[in-house]
Design a protein around this ligand. Structure first.
Ligand SMILES: C[S@@+](CC[C@H](N)C(=O)[O-])C[C@H]1O[C@@H](n2cnc3c(N)ncnc32)[C@H](O)[C@@H]1O
Ligand code: SF4
Length: 436
């Protein structure tokens, strides 16, 4: 029986629609908080029972805007989790926070309910940029929220910032980052703005009303930020994530390490073996997107799972490869062997001429530690993956059944409780790694 799992639940409401966002979120005045909370609780219990995990190592309340949810919702979900599996006092419990006054006023109660890590969506420290992005807060409110968060969870506060924003220059980005470094705690997530089709910002850029920096300038923003953060003692442990004083996000690391997790709530994604139904291989599960439909389904049958896909052996290895290479440490031989006991990294990648080119370029490293990107290569991960995925597919072949042991051999899990995982940057990566 699988001993470990992670869960994701979704509170899919936001105060307003940011211009760049394509998450599964809903702006409504009459959300039914009581019903939503009850459904999150019920679905968490149901999915945990189906997974039959015994231990949960982290919980993540993501967004959407989970900091708008009543603190009693956080408490209810945590109670449901600890009623079904062991949730240790040391488990990482993260809440994504929009730095609005409404969000800030609840932080203390959320911490009392069990949250012990706060991730603040600062996005920018320039008011004009926040305006263009359609954010519901000012830079002053963001600074104030970071301060309050650090008071409540000292050493356990992360900030999200985006670069490559409309009208942004390298100089202004560097000044902004310096200001951020004066106020931030020990964890920073830097995301390059993605222009998502269908968003307001995408239309504005298409229409020529707004322009974003050129690709090479955005690339320089990334490199400059990596250097600056390094000089301030931050270790880059993943493509977008930087930590000092050992404050890496355990929850996100569990994704990058290919661990199991449960997704609870509208649009949430999960990856777990459904042991309770006699399952033996890991499944990719997606919950129904629309909150009212999802709530109806949960009330009728205990969960709102819309799609279940059995992951074959190759699917699983693809995820381990794509997610693992996001980490600066990459994939160790031992880690790979958990999923591929018969074909080692050297056997899969060591003899390919294409992979050899990547190794010779200095962007990829395959040695006695394992497979990883070099510091330079991490910035080019997207361009390295196609050759690696082609090689993997050629070696492993499609259609093999998932390896029983590789899907079930873990000992602990994390839980992602998220307001709109439908297109969360963490999760969508799982779904986008098709070889072109
Ligand atoms: C789950 S999301 C949103 C959390 C929260 N609702 C907020 O807006 O702060 C987490 C992070 O993804 C990043 N993000 C969202 N949309 C993005 C986009 N189109 N391009 C790059 N990063 C994005 C933002 O930095 C955001 O803080
Ligand atoms: S970026 Fe965050 S706050 Fe803005 S609409 Fe998307 S989920 Fe909501």
């Amino acid at each position: 029986v699988s001993q470990s799992q992670s869960v994701s639940a979704s509170w899919p409401y936001c105060l307003r629609r940011c211009s760049y966002c394509n998450f599964n979120k809903y702006v409504t005045r009459d959300s039914n908080d009581v019903r939503m909370t009850e459904c999150l609780r019920r679905e968490a219990e149901m999915l945990l029972r189906l997974s039959q995990v015994s231990c949960v190592t982290s919980v993540f309340f993501g967004g959407g805007t989970p900091s708008l949810a009543p603190p009693s919702t956080i408490a209810a979900v945590l109670e449901a989790v600890s009623g079904c599996a062991s949730l240790s006092d040391k488990a990482e419990v993260t809440l994504e926070v929009n730095p609005t006054p409404a969000g800030m006023s609840k932080l203390e109660d959320c911490c009392r309910a069990g949250v012990n890590r706060l991730s603040i969506g600062v996005q920018s420290l320039q008011d004009e940029d926040l305006e263009i992005l359609g954010r519901d807060h000012s830079s002053r409110q963001a600074l104030r929220t970071v301060e309050e968060a650090r008071r409540l969870c000292p050493g356990r506060v992360s900030v999200d910032v985006m670069f490559g924003r409309p009208g942004q220059s390298l100089g202004s980005w560097e000044r902004e980052l310096s200001e951020l470094l004066r106020v931030c705690d020990d964890h920073v997530s830097l995301y390059q703005l993605t222009l998502e089709r269908g968003t307001e910002l995408f239309k504005q850029v298409e229409a020529g009303e707004v322009s974003v920096p050129a690709e090479d300038e955005t690339a320089e923003m990334y490199q400059s930020a990596r250097r600056t953060l390094g000089q301030h003692g931050f270790l880059q442990y993943e493509v977008s994530n930087f930590a000092r004083n050992n404050t890496v996000s355990h929850h996100n690391t569990s994704y990058w390490k290919g661990k199991q997790y449960i997704g609870v709530g509208p649009g949430a994604h999960g990856r777990f073996v459904c042991v309770g139904e006699g399952g033996e291989v890991r499944e990719a599960r997606t919950q129904t997107l629309e909150p009212d439909v999802w709530m109806r389904e949960v009330q009728q049958r205990g969960h709102g799972t819309r799609r279940r896909i059995r992951l074959g052996h190759l699917d699983l290895l693809e995820e381990v490869l794509v997610m693992g290479l996001r980490m600066a440490d990459g994939i160790s031989h031992r880690h790979w062997a958990l999923f591929s006991p018969r074909l080692g990294l050297h056997q899969v990648f060591g003899t390919s001429a294409h992979v050899q080119d990547l190794l010779n370029s200095g962007r990829l490293v395959l040695d006695d530690r394992g497979l990883r990107c070099s510091w330079e290569g991490l910035a080019f991960l997207d361009s390295l993956l196609p050759a690696l995925l082609v090689e993997l597919e050629g070696r492993v072949g499609r259609g093999r059944r998932a390896d029983r042991q590789s899907s079930r051999g873990e000992s602990c899990v994390s839980i992602l409780v998220c307001t709109c995982l439908g297109s969360s940057s963490n999760i969508s990566i799982f779904l986008q790694h098709t070889v072109s």
